[in-house]
Design a binder for this molecule. Sequence first.
Ligand code: NAD
Length: 736
Amino acid sequence: MSYKNFTLETDGDGIAVITWDMPEKSLNVIDLTVMDELDAIIDQVAQDDTVTGAVIHSGKSAFSGGADLTMMEGLLKDFHVKRGADPEGAAKMLYEGSRRLTLIYRKLETCGKPFVAAIAGTCMGGGTELALACHARVADEGLKMGLPEVKVGLFPGAGGTQRVMRMTDGQQGMQFLLQGRTLRAPQALQMKLVNEVTGTRKLVGAAKKLLKSGVDPVKDWDKKGYKLPNGKIYSPAGFQFWPAANAIYRRETYDNYPGARYLLSAVVEGLQLPMDLALQVESRYFAKVLQTPEAANMIRSLFVSMQELNKLARRPVDQRPNKIKKVGILGAGFMGAGIAYVSANAGIDVVLIDRDQEAADKGKAHSDELMSKAIKRGRAIEDQKNKLLARITPTTDYEALADCDLVIEAVFEDREIKRTVTQAAEAVMKSRAIFASNTSTLPITSLAQASKRPKNFVGIHFFSPVDKMMLVEVILGKRTSDRALAMALDYIKAIKKTPIVVNDSRGFYTSRVVMTYIREGLMMLGDGVPAAMIENAGKMAGMPVGPLSLGDEVALDLAWKIVSATRKDLGVKYVEGPLDNILEDMVVKRERFGRKNGKGFYDYKGKDKKLWPGLTDVTGQPKPADSFNIEELKQRLLVMQALETARIFEEQCLTDVREADVGSILGFGFAPYTGGTLSYIDMMGTPAFVDICKKFTRKWGPRFKPNKLLRDMAKANETFYGKFPPKAGDTAKEAA
Ligand code: NAD
């Protein structure tokens, strides 16, 4: 029999070697054809008397990226179409469709012949679940094994929850499942999720050897008298473990993620049942999760849209691809040093310029530190560090920029300094090279006035810390050309980050929305809400940190500078509020600038921090916590950010709903379970959102007034995704 995605060859010892190598794909994924073929292959192996066992491995450098979630999206769409006329039939279709992979893996597990997975490199989601269904696993040293489904609002629904918890330590297993963490080879070995680790080239040989030494084709849990490795749920040990697991789940998720909630239910209920029934329980919860708006939104934003943006959906189609060999970075400070690292890490040569050699060297030392840490954690080797460092040339000499394809400026946030370095760099740069600014607030069009070639001038806005934050915001000035945009996007792709493209305005998208979150926290302080309650409201709403904490991170003196500048710009029109007094008192009178000088709304001691007890001297005694409704506080924090996003969308600074959503989650951690700022509005519906805005305007002031676009959409009951459906391959200019 021949297959599209697999080949099967049986050797002289009767071992069938199944090679998974999908044509026209760089990574093996599980789609409908893979499922059909795998199903047939298992039958073939089971029925062929000459075959004694099978090895399954990948013909590519990685084992598998997991299930193709667009398939899930399709399944869900069918479900919603069918649900109106036949709710029961639709639910059955979803359940059966979503558990097909479970049944195929279970058939593999119980077919009577031993299967060994030989896993090279990345092995994710459904790929990991396939490996776990096999009777043994051999991995190479580059293994990256994970079940990241919770990160897109789901959970591992093809046996993953049941097998992991029957194979490994309870605590480690729950953490692995709930956090969607990636395991390297030594951890996977220690957790008994793989049996053996070897070199990549020896993988198939090692798997065969294992088979020849005898691999039991019947799993322990399918034998009589099986005992769970961590004991029964209802046992003294279980009573110690499970209530704590539930508490940790709540601490980590604030019960915002149905995927994590049902994962825990599937594990607790499944562990009390034999495997076939346990898998049924898992499948039922999986079908239930699939139907939640949170899962649909997270799949759309964090999988589908993110993939499209990573494939540069917004790249102008008529531009030739750019190969970026060398970048120049002006300013080797906090950001410049980080940009140098991510560029060199992508194999790009870097010229790192600062005012003096010492500052430039210090910028390079940051890469040294990051690589040394990676080596310590077993994530890199000395040779990689040496190669990466050799790519970075720290200097004060602008002549070194002569052969750069792209120069990124990250000097102080000061117009005059930015103008000077722009001109100094342009004097030596190739005429076709692109100049980018990493400014966080200054409009690109105005900075481009310093340039002789404003068409070649673009904003590339990184987030800190650069090595960890996955988003990069590209800003188009009025005269930025498609070629400059294409270069910026090609560079972002090369450094493996996710780009969004926005039009020019003060604060662009992300910085502007972040400031509204911090501002709302300060307004709450002014309203007499206890500081701890504000911080908890932020976290309970799904934000990574509370607004006061974020204010400290961004720096209160910076916020004060922005407020003062706005006040100066608006003159008599400026309406002073409690926020001004609090900021002025904190910054001017008490020099509490935030984390950077160890004192802000919090007091900092190394990595520890606690709310500053003297805050009441600034704000006055807060009102009792029970005079505020926590649900309303949570909503205030999210609604303010979503509303600001809708305004930015109306102003056409943002032009693509995918970018609004993905940008909000990756850029400032907007409650991921909502799918992002605009999905949050769509999820409740524009009429309901506008009603809340109106209610908050009456209660808390005109900053909550809904904009015209929102009011019009609410009248027509329209959604953002319905009214502005994203088109793959849009060029930024068309969309703008
Ligand atoms: P920083 O103060 O850490 O670094 C600035 C560097 O620029 C310093 O090393 C300084 O010596 C150097 N510099 C100043 N004048 C120079 C000149 N004439 N020639 C060469 N080098 C010069 O500041 P940062 O936090 O890295 O910010 C840099 C830029 O990035 C700013 O525009 C800032 O708004 C933006 N930004 C910052 C963040 C952040 O979180 N810090 C995030 C996004 C963007």
